[in-house]
Design a protein. Structure first.
Length: 134
């Protein structure tokens, strides 16, 4: 009886530690990607409304940096997050890239907002709280 109790306690502790580590990585990844997307959104809004315009190449370079950041985070996130959730972000980033390439910035901002929403949803969905446990 004592042996089984110790084994159960060790398993519960391992699950909690693993969950804390993955939640921290998820939060860090979402914040990094969201801040990059918010910066890009500001730049795209400036393209639409003001005289402070960046070149198409600069915007595409920002998107390239965001995609590279996403690719580096995606591999680790795929270990413990449903692939269809990650695929939504991937699809939005692909659409964002193609819309920016054709200079359809209003549509690109919509894809950007959707990407940010999905990232925040992933963070909330995999958070360690009572709502998600039960």
């Amino acid at each position: 009886m004592k042996k089984e109790t110790i084994i159960c306690i060790i398993i519960v502790i391992a699950i909690v530690v693993a969950n804390v580590i993955t939640q921290k990585y998820t939060k860090e990844s979402v914040e990094t990607l969201s801040s990059g997307l918010e910066t890009l959104k500001t730049d795209l809004n400036n393209e639409l409304s003001s005289d402070e315009k960046k070149s198409k190449e600069e915007i595409l370079e920002e998107i390239k940096k965001i995609r590279e950041n996403w690719e580096s985070k995606h591999d680790k996130l795929a270990y413990y997050i449903e692939h269809n959730e990650l695929e939504k972000v991937e699809n939005n980033l692909t659409a964002l890239d193609s819309l920016a390439e054709t200079e359809e910035y209003a549509e690109a901002i919509k894809e950007l907002d959707e990407s940010i929403f999905v990232l925040k949803h992933i963070q909330e969905k995999y958070a360690f709280n009572l709502k998600n446990i039960f």
